[in-house]
Design a protein around this ligand. Structure first.
Ligand code: HEM
Length: 247
């Protein structure tokens, strides 16, 4: 089933009878499959709550304003070669000195696509960091870079960067859909975030890219039982890079 309306999307995301489609639990220790079986993103119930709590506690030790300043400085230092900057800045704040393995591990993290390269990258990260730090780096990597790419497509000279990011998140979300399993029927449900974020019942002139909207009721950071725990961190990293590029 495909969900496109904002109200229905919120209802499914707030209902504990809908869970993330289960991931395999029998991966060899230290592989991508094993990692996916350990993390909050793909777990439910009490394990999810406990794992998510650990991440929230870790995130609380990070200062979004500091991430923003650092992302801006590193982007400027590199003459605009911004790729990798958000992940490096987040890594440094989490005490992870080398984040070069993150893109290869992140590539299969959400999709579940296993490969020797992804397994090697996960093994490398496990030598450098604990599970909460790895989870945060893998969750954030592609989404923050995707947000920056999308914001750059919409940017006009003189734009307010925070307003640009809020409207980009609504109209051009880096994660375009999320899936759930209906535990009563076994049916899979896809929530189309692009359509929900353009639902005319919630957004006036939804097709208009309008910086005056400010933070809006978009569902790009999820909703309900298991929303993104790091919207402030994601926005800070993206804003810092955009400031380094545009100001
Ligand atoms: C623009 C950037 C980002 C977007 C759009 C985004 C979006 C999301 C969404 C939609 C979910 C929930 C998925 C679902 O309900 O199926 C999620 C979960 C999560 N995000 Fe983000 N995210 C972003 C950046 C980040 C960053 C930078 C971090 C880490 C610092 C992060 C950490 C997480 C974690 C750990 C979860 C899993 C939470 C749980 O289920 O317990 N995200 N994110």
């Amino acid at each position: 089933m495909l969900i496109t309306r904002h109200a229905e999307a919120e209802a499914v995301l707030a209902d504990t009878r809908y869970v993330p489609p289960p991931v395999r639990q029998d991966g060899a220790e230290g592989t991508l499959a094993w990692l996916r079986a350990q993390v909050s993103r793909f777990s439910t119930g009490e394990p999810h709550a406990a794992r998510c709590r650990l991440l929230t506690e870790r995130l609380a030790t990070l200062d979004p304003a500091g991430l923003r300043t650092e992302a801006r400085a590193r982007t400027k230092d590199r003459d605009g070669a911004w790729r990798g900057v958000p992940t490096e800045v987040l890594g440094a704040a989490l005490g992870v000195k080398d984040t070069t393995a993150v893109p290869a591990a992140a590539a299969g993290y959400l999709s579940g696509e296993e490969s020797p390269e992804a397994d090697a990258a996960v093994a490398e990260l496990l030598d450098l960091a604990d599970l909460p730090a790895i989870t945060l780096l893998l969750q954030g990597h592609a989404a923050v870079e995707g947000l920056i790419e999308a914001a750059l497509r919409h940017a006009e000279p003189g734009d307010d960067i925070d307003a640009l990011l809020h409207e980009t998140l609504r109209q051009d979300p880096p994660l375009q859909a999320t899936r759930r399993l209906d535990t009563r029927t076994g049916d899979e449900v896809t929530i189309d975030l692009v359509s929900a974020n353009r639902d005319p019942a919630v957004f006036d002139h939804p097709e208009r890219f309008d910086l005056t909207r400010g933070p809006s009721a978009h569902l790009t950071f999820g909703h309900g039982v298991r929303p993104c725990p790091a919207p402030a961190h994601a926005l800070a990293l993206a804003a810092g890079v955009l400031e380094g590029l545009l100001s």
